[in-house]
Design a protein around this ligand. Sequence first.
Ligand code: 3EB
Length: 341
Amino acid sequence: MSQHIVNNSDAVAARALSPQDPPQATFRPYALQHLDAAPAVLADNVLACIHHGEGRAQHNDPRNIHVDLPVLAGHSVELWTSERPVRCGRDGSIDYAENGAVLFGHLHLLEHELADIDRAVFHAYARIDHCLQQHGYPAWLRVWNYLADITGGGGDAERYRQFSVGRYKALSLKPGFEHELPAATAIGTHGDGLLIYFLAGKRAGTQIENPRQVSAFRYPRQYGPKSPSFSRANLLRWDDASELMVSGTASIVGHETLHIGEPLAQLDEALANVDALLAQTMIPALQPQLIKLYLRHRGHFERVAAHLAARYMNIPCMVLQGDVCRDELDVEIEAIFQAPT
Ligand code: 3EB
């Protein structure tokens, strides 16, 4: 079981991280590279090759993943490599690669498979969970969801809300699921269907919540029939490094959206939320490896990107045009931080 860092306001008492927390008991089993173009043929040591940009994916290799969002800045290709031998395969509709320590996989649902989003997402998440159990990687560590027309539909029929219901139904089947939720991203595309890609491991990380925000899994009813099942961040403890996987983070304080119509102020609020997560870890040396910024409007790019660059100098930054899952939010950021142990 992992430990759970909770909101100050939560009923469960917060506890500090301690050196006794179980590590993943292996060296960090992957490395990330950023490239301007994907290799034509993936080398044996590749776990995943994530292409960003509008258009269709090439499906010649189960490790190729295509995120259908325009790239406004930064490298468009993210390559996850492994020093250990990689085995890849396909389990039903799930493409995956694993190296004995982690499994990286993805699944794409076409738009016609999303007629009933709640049901489709339930089945997708349940199938992924089953696949992870079968292959011996029972712990969801990080998951990315890219859903076309994410805020389409009104009220509780909104696509994102229906997505949240299906995800909840699948993940809540596990006892104590609110203590082992993965870090997540959920962003809207102007493409087709739903892409889910994920990193899973042998054991859960440490779930980190943000004292400035109500935990997403405890959002009140006004945001939908079921709360979003994700943690604000997941702290992975490898033998050689601590790694903080920060979820998509927006200008939300408590559970409310702040700074509507002010993208720069939204970015500052999101950055303050990331800082609050870093403080929760009590690991002073965590350094950003990559910041990803999602921007709803291309027209905000110059100002927002300059603001982010001033804050995170010399840190690789990828800016993608994507829709945040509340209409009034213009920006979202996600990040991976690392510190040597
Ligand atoms: C939020 O904090 C903003 O539903 O998986 C950020 C990251 C958001 C992940 C998800 C949603 C998700 O509520 C939206």
